[in-house]
Write a protein that binds this ligand. Structure first.
Ligand code: HEM
Length: 381
């Protein structure tokens, strides 16, 4: 027998607006409560009322289906569509066009090509300040310089790059507002640099993307996907190294970054629209409904992790179950910039002097990406 969406557990609603108010103001508490109620009912999904029917799942089985059944779980009409920064390129394309499109882009972001960029990105890393400094603000500046080096050999106007990416960090609805003037200026700068690559050659990421169909849009959209995610991951990693200096050694940095991303997945929530009806665990979810998965919820699921809220890099001596750890998503839509982000962050961590945490607020704040409320004041030892 098939049940309707109404049979699923849900977090408490508010009269008149369902879950919309909590979704806007305190989404982590909302989804944590939804997951707790689902678990208590023996389910791995719960529903939300966000003006349209929505279902959130958090088990490895849900993640696997979500990320591999691309005919059912469609990007068109997802949350990315309402954010001009992310609304385009490979992020918003769907099967059957998505796969071939990704294949044209993957080599530029593969490990072999990234090695070509590495000398340039390492040289672009800003110095670590003396004395006390805010690791969040420093990570922001550092990632801007590193991405400028990787994408543009450092030739994109740093002021314009900063102006372009800064609104992404703001709470909703700021990142969703149209910015036609700013986007025009960014597109003009992209065209200027792409013209140089197409005539004089080059080997940075723009040189790889510029000749592709829609290559400048791919450049702009992937930059937006790259910046806050990498900044927040780096800031959290710095903070944890400063708090637990016994982990600040090259042989531990891999586990530190994994543990940081498990606890504070910057891509805390991924959304799709159902292209056809879905039957999940006996419940029929209608075509057109919003479907969500959450690397944050899965990464903190007490059924999957011991002491899920604690920072324990030693847990990475063992491999987690499949589809239980997905800070970069998975399947065909696996993060395009996964190797780039890992390379940049590892190179930064490897170049860092010993740090001590002074004071800070690492409370996760969910916006387009999840990051620390900050500041995160650390001191060079
Ligand atoms: C630590 C840093 C990063 C994290 C945690 C992260 C996380 C993610 C996640 C979770 C997804 C899948 C979203 C979904 O399934 O809805 C994704 C997709 C994507 N990411 Fe990243 N990302 C990071 C850095 C980057 C960088 C540096 C780039 C630059 C190229 C990038 C570009 C993209 C793109 C283009 C997609 C869409 C891929 C597709 O749909 O085929 N990301 N990322």
């Amino acid at each position: 027998m098939r049940h309707s969406l109404a049979s699923l557990p849900e977090p408490p609603t508010r009269p008149g607006n369902g879950h919309l108010q909590d979704w806007a103001l305190a989404p982590l508490g909302l989804i944590e409560e939804g997951a707790a109620r689902a678990r208590a009912a023996g389910k791995d999904v719960f529903r939300l009322r966000l003006g349209l029917p929505a279902v959130v799942g958090f088990s490895p089985a849900w993640n696997r289906r979500f990320l591999t059944d691309l005919g059912t779980f469609r990007s068109a009409g997802s949350f990315s569509a309402v954010v001009p920064y992310l609304s385009g390129g490979v992020i918003l394309s769907d099967a059957p066009g998505h796969g071939p499109r990704r294949q044209t882009m993957n080599p530029g972001f593969g490990k072999r090509h990234l090695e070509v960029l590495r000398e340039r990105t390492q040289a672009a890393l800003p110095g670590v300040p003396q004395g006390e400094f805010d690791a969040l603000a420093w990570a922001d500046r550092a990632v801007l310089a590193l991405l400028n080096a990787a994408y543009f050999s450092g030739e994109f106007s740093p002021r314009l790059l900063h102006a372009f990416l800064a609104p992404l960090r703001q709470p909703f609805p700021v990142p969703a507002l149209p910015r036609p003037g700013l986007f025009l200026r960014v597109n003009a700068e992209l065209r200027r640099l792409a013209h140089q690559r197409l005539t004089a050659g080059g080997d940075d990421l723009l040189a790889v993307l510029a000749p592709l169909p829609g290559g400048l849009e791919e450049t702009r959209v992937s930059l937006a996907a790259a910046h806050d995610t990498t900044t927040h991951a780096l800031a959290y990693a710095l903070w944890h190294l400063a708090r637990y200096p016994q982990w600040h050694a090259p042989e531990h940095h891999g586990a530190v970054l994994k543990e940081t991303l498990r606890l504070y997945a910057p891509g805390w929530m991924g959304s799709r629209r159902l292209g056809r009806d879905l039957v999940w665990d006996g419940v029929r979810v209608p075509r057109g409904a919003l479907a969500l998965y959450s690397p944050y919820l899965t990464g903190r699921d007490p059924g999957l992790w011991d002491a899920p809220g604690e920072f324990r890099p030693e847990r990475w001596a063992d491999k987690p179950p499949a589809w239980a750890y997905l800070p970069f998503g998975g399947g065909e839509r696996l993060c395009l910039g996964m190797h780039l982000a890992q390379m940049l962050i590892h190179d930064v961590l490897g170049a860092l002097p010993p740090l001590r945490a002074v004071r800070g607020d690492a409370t996760p704040q969910p916006g387009i990406t999840l990051g620390p409320r900050g500041p995160l004041v650390v001191r060079r030892d």
